[in-house]
Write a protein that binds this ligand. Structure first.
Ligand code: NAD
Ligand code: DAU
Length: 369
């Protein structure tokens, strides 16, 4: 443990943690996992419940976990709501997941990405700063992405000192929010810490992102839209490994620092799609049928599509002792099983504005879903 350690002293009372965006993919996994492994945390989840947030994600919490969980519907842009929340509870920390997160949506309509990711983060920082009395008692963890660094060529890795070079409105908005968090540390000594993580996969991910979209389309025998030549590379991390990295950073990270988090699992998109076809064909015992790979359609590329992401996570591994627990194949099998067992969840999140979005934005890109 380093000198800035913020780990709970066993003699202390409960810790109050404000999680924003906790009803989305990573936030849900984070809250569910933290409630299990940190019984001394009381979590308030503040979420605006956009298309990406699902309040049903917490319906099956057991009694112990339910006692430590509260929900408030609200927007991180709403300063009044934030002040109200901060005036009611003495928080030990804020973990900010709230964001618009889908690159394709940011290309089609960037407005809300600037509103939530930039203005919303600014308002949350401002409300937290007013509330935070001393660096000793508080942490603000800003959850960010490796996309702020732009694209890599065939070699090299993103480190914490790689210059920012975002390509999409999404990554530019996240870069902007990172700069704000950093500026609050430099200017006000506000104890913000940033994590920049690679692509997550696992349960509760909205079926617009590559892995859950392909899983659902394979199950439903629909076309599998691969952008460009399918050779773009992402570095994949099982979501629970990301959640554990965030807990490490919250408890032991140094204010003002940033930590890269990645899985050392670089894959071409087309290889992921082939693997999902193989695993699902086996799992669904589609033996008499042609392979699901026949459903693959190469479609118009994403504009500004970053070629390759790869994270060097040496700093968090060496300084905080974090490392991923799930290997890629294990994580993929767990993810597939979760979607097969939770088709009702998929239906519930798809029944909102999702269909409308697909119809208006994807038709002219050659996607026929
Ligand atoms: P998500 O889209 O699944 O969830 C976002 C959540 O934020 C939803 O519950 C939504 O309702 C809520 N939200 C949106 N706008 C809000 C607002 N103005 N006020 C309050 N709540 C709001 O996103 P995710 O994939 O879980 O990503 C969470 C965070 O992690 C984001 O900041 C994202 O940039 C970052 N991140 C994601 C990945 C990934 O692979 N998914 C990787 C690295 C970093
Ligand atoms: O790297 C971290 C980022 O990972 C996060 O910051 C983002 O919030 C998260 O959405 C994710 O961004 P990507 O753009 O990498 O994820 P997505 O699942 O949208 O796409 C992964 C790759 O697959 C990308 O190269 C585009 C490609 N793709 C995606 C979709 C949805 C396809 O080929 N076909 C598709 O239908």
């Amino acid at each position: 443990m380093n000198t800035h350690s913020f780990k709970l002293d066993n003699t202390m009372a409960k810790r109050n943690i404000l999680v924003t965006g906790g009803s989305g993919f990573i936030g849900t996994n984070f809250i569910r996992h933290a409630l299990k492994i940190r019984p001394d945390w009381e979590i308030l989840n503040l979420d605006a419940l956009t298309y990406a947030g699902n309040p049903l994600n917490f319906d099956d919490l057991n009694e112990d976990n339910r006692r430590n969980y509260k929900f408030a519907k609200g927007n991180i842009k709403d300063s009044q709501k934030l002040n109200e929340i901060f005036s009611q509870t003495n928080f030990h920390g804020v973990i900010n997941f709230a964001a618009e997160s889908h690159v394709d949506r940011s290309i089609a309509k960037p407005d809300e990405f600037i509103e939530t990711n930039v203005t919303g983060t600014f308002r949350l920082l401002e409300a937290s700063r007013k509330f935070c009395k001393s660096t000793r008692d508080f942490r603000f963890i800003h959850i960010s992405t490796d996309e702020v660094f732009g694209s890599l060529g065939s070699e090299g890795y993103f480190t914490e000192t790689t210059p920012y070079n975002p390509s999409s409105p999404y990554s530019a908005s996240k870069a902007s929010s990172d700069h704000l968090a950093k500026a609050y540390f430099c200017t006000y000594d506000f104890p913000a810490i940033i994590t920049n993580c690679s692509n997550n996969y696992g349960p509760y991910q909205f079926p617009e992102k590559l892995i859950p979209l392909m899983i659902m389309n394979i199950i439903e025998d629909k076309p599998l839209p691969v952008y460009g030549n399918g050779k773009n590379i992402r570095d994949w991390l099982y979501v629970i490994d990301h959640c554990e990295a965030i807990i490490k950073v919250f408890e032991e990270g140094t204010p003002g620092e940033t930590y890269n988090v990645g899985g050392n699992a670089e894959k071409q998109n087309i290889d992921i799609v082939h693997l999902l076809c193989k695993l699902l064909d086996e799992r669904l015992q589609r033996t008499g049928k042609e392979t699901s790979c026949n459903l693959i359609e190469f479609v118009t590329d994403r504009p500004g599509h970053d070629k390759r992401y790869a994270i060097d996570s040496k700093k968090i591994r060496e300084k905080l002792g974090w490392k991923p627990r799930f290997d890629f194949m294990e994580g993929m099998k767990l993810t597939i099983d979760w979607y097969l067992d939770n088709m009702k969840w998929v239906e519930s999140v798809r029944s909102g504005t999702y269909r409308e979005w697909i119809d208006t934005n994807y038709k002219d890109r050659g996607k026929s879903l």
